[in-house]
Design a protein around this ligand. Structure first.
Ligand code: BTN
Length: 262
């Protein structure tokens, strides 16, 4: 059962969060959002759950989603080329970063989609796309923020590399306020994306980047490559100066830091 909060009639309705479907428990908000998108849910529709029993992370991993986290997905129907879809992940990372800064938390972004506080992951982002004839039919932007729960809720193998807002602030915060702030920032960047202001998204991401300038190992489905993360281009692809001197562009992959470069 979901509760539908429909904000279309409110003054100055924004795109993101025009309609919000809110659930107690879901397998995955991304899966529910895909189902809604298939039945014509409009641009900006949000799906949120208090608990996810089978939260999805990148590369078919599980995303542990206990009560107290902010687990949500946004259905987007931007009229942009599929090659620019990565910018949606970047814009979400910018929005999370900005939201966290409003709580006095200094976060940085690890390519492609992790938000870190002091090197520990507080948020993951999973963007999934449905395309048709080289056009985006819809995107599902999934954002998971470790908010009001103790680290002991997470399995031991990921605990050391993770943090939560509660762990950082030593207090709970209002989930509703966190949601409203986050959606406001996502809305701002999304309006920029629709107005083709791709530069702003990329520029802000670079300012918040934890990855650029580092010696990294990127593992894709095909290969593992090491080099210096030099830049990202205007589609959000990582430009890697490989250890053998060649330049390679990467659109997705797992990123591990090797050592800092002076
Ligand atoms: C990652 O770091 O690999 C991405 C994690 C994304 C988790 C969020 S939680 C809300 C949304 N629903 C899901 O099933 N996954 C995303």
């Amino acid at each position: 059962m979901s509760t539908l909060i429909d904000l279309k009639g409110s003054p100055n309705p924004k795109i993101i969060g025009r309609a919000i479907y809110s659930y107690e428990v879901l397998g995955s908000t991304n899966i529910q959002a895909k189902d809604l998108a298939e039945s014509e849910a409009e641009d900006g529709t949000v799906v949120i759950a208090k608990i996810q029993s089978e939260g999805k992370a990148r590369r078919n991993r599980n995303w542990i989603s206990p009560e107290g986290g902010l687990w949500l997905s946004v259905i987007l129907r931007p009229n942009i080329p599929p090659q620019k879809a990565t910018l949606v992940t970047l814009m979400a990372a910018n929005a999370v970063d900005e939201t966290l800064s409003e709580y006095g938390l200094k976060a940085k972004i690890k390519w492609p989609n992790d938000v870190l506080i002091d090197g520990k992951k507080v948020c993951g982002i999973l963007t999934e796309a449905k395309t048709k004839e080289n056009e985006i039919e819809y995107l599902v932007l999934g954002i998971g923020i470790n908010a009001n729960f103790d680290l002991s809720e997470l399995p031991e193998d990921i605990r050391g590399a993770s943090t939560t807002i509660k762990n950082e602030l030593k207090r709970d915060i209002s989930q509703d306020e966190l949601l409203q702030r986050l959606l406001g920032h996502v809305n701002k960047y999304y309006e920029g994306l629709l107005a083709s202001d791709f530069q702003k998204i990329v520029k802000t991401w670079k300012e918040k980047s934890d990855t650029l300038g580092r010696h990294v190992k990127i593992t894709t489905q095909m290969e593992s490559i090491q080099g210096i993360a030099q830049d990202i281009d205007d589609t959000g692809a990582l430009i890697l100066k490989r250890d053998d001197g060649d330049i390679q562009k990467l659109f997705a992959g797992d990123c591990v830091y090797l050592r800092n470069v002076e």
